[in-house]
Ligand binder design. Structure first.
Ligand SMILES: C[S@@+](CC[C@H](N)C(=O)[O-])C[C@H]1O[C@@H](n2cnc3c(N)ncnc32)[C@H](O)[C@@H]1O
Length: 227
């Protein structure tokens, strides 16, 4: 890991206000993301409990609630959790680490992980995905997003807050193979170019299913949709 949990937590504690100011309304100008979130909610079904991992200031969590899901936002940074609680007091947010979630096996119908793997190294993907797999109920659905590429970039002062952060871009094949190694099946990949307001990197969104049963040897049905 290039940065420890403590360093990532401190960085987002520093950046929480600026992050909320910058990204709170971002979904309004991201129609593709809204479509994919709608797809996530429709597959899971109204009233189901889901986790929004690395929820930041809670705007995606609130959107999941508006789609009829029962979301809990989880974030490493107490300042992000406090920000999310103040912005969305009717929604549950909790401090936590997605490598070791405070949830029993099969506790949730869905996991959203929007841009929260961006500080991981390749070798950390499988353990992170195993924990997401563990908390999903059989038949549960994961939707995650990340920046596509081979680079790692260091930012000295994220959003001009003085917060130092390292970001990792991943080849799609690496993320897909880590998901499969963690037990996920039926992977569905969507890529899109960046919107004008975004960092100029291709975005990838991946749906991944926890099988209904743990029977080995079932052939994966795979989809690939390039946007
Ligand atoms: C780039 S932000 C994404 C926030 C939000 N999901 C979004 O799409 O705007 C990454 C978030 O993940 C959180 N995070 C990073 N590592 C984490 C971990 N191991 N467990 C829980 N949250 C983590 C950070 O504190 C930060 O709020």
């Amino acid at each position: 890991m290039s940065q420890s949990f403590s360093e990532i937590r401190s960085a987002y504690n520093l950046a929480a206000d600026a992050y909320a100011n910058t990204f709170l309304d971002e979904l309004l100008s991201k129609p593709r993301d809204l479509e994919l979130l709608q797809q996530f909610a429709s597959v899971i079904g109204i009233g189901q409990r889901v986790l929004d991992l690395g929820c930041g200031p809670g705007h995606t969590t609130a959107h999941l609630a508006s789609l009829g899901l029962r979301p809990v936002g989880v974030d490493l940074s107490p300042s992000m959790v406090a920000k999310a609680n103040s912005l969305f007091p009717d929604i549950e947010f909790t401090e936590g680490n997605f490598f070791q979630l405070d949830e029993s096996d099969g506790a949730v119908a869905g996991v959203l992980a929007f841009y929260c793997i961006v500080h991981l190294q390749k070798e950390e993907l499988i353990p992170a995905f195993r924990e997401m797999f563990r908390v999903l109920q059989p038949g549960g659905l994961l939707l995650l997003s990340f920046h596509v590429g081979n680079d790692s970039i260091h930012v000295d002062s994220f959003l001009d807050t003085g917060a130092p952060l390292d970001f990792t871009f991943f080849p799609v094949a690496d993320v897909r193979s880590a998901l499969t190694a963690a037990g996920f099946t039926h992977l569905e990949t969507h890529e899109r170019p960046p919107y004008d307001t975004e960092h100029p990197s291709t975005r990838c969104y991946l749906f991944a299913h926890k099988p209904q049963s743990q029977v080995r040897g079932t052939a994966d049905r795979e989809f690939r949709v390039e946007q």
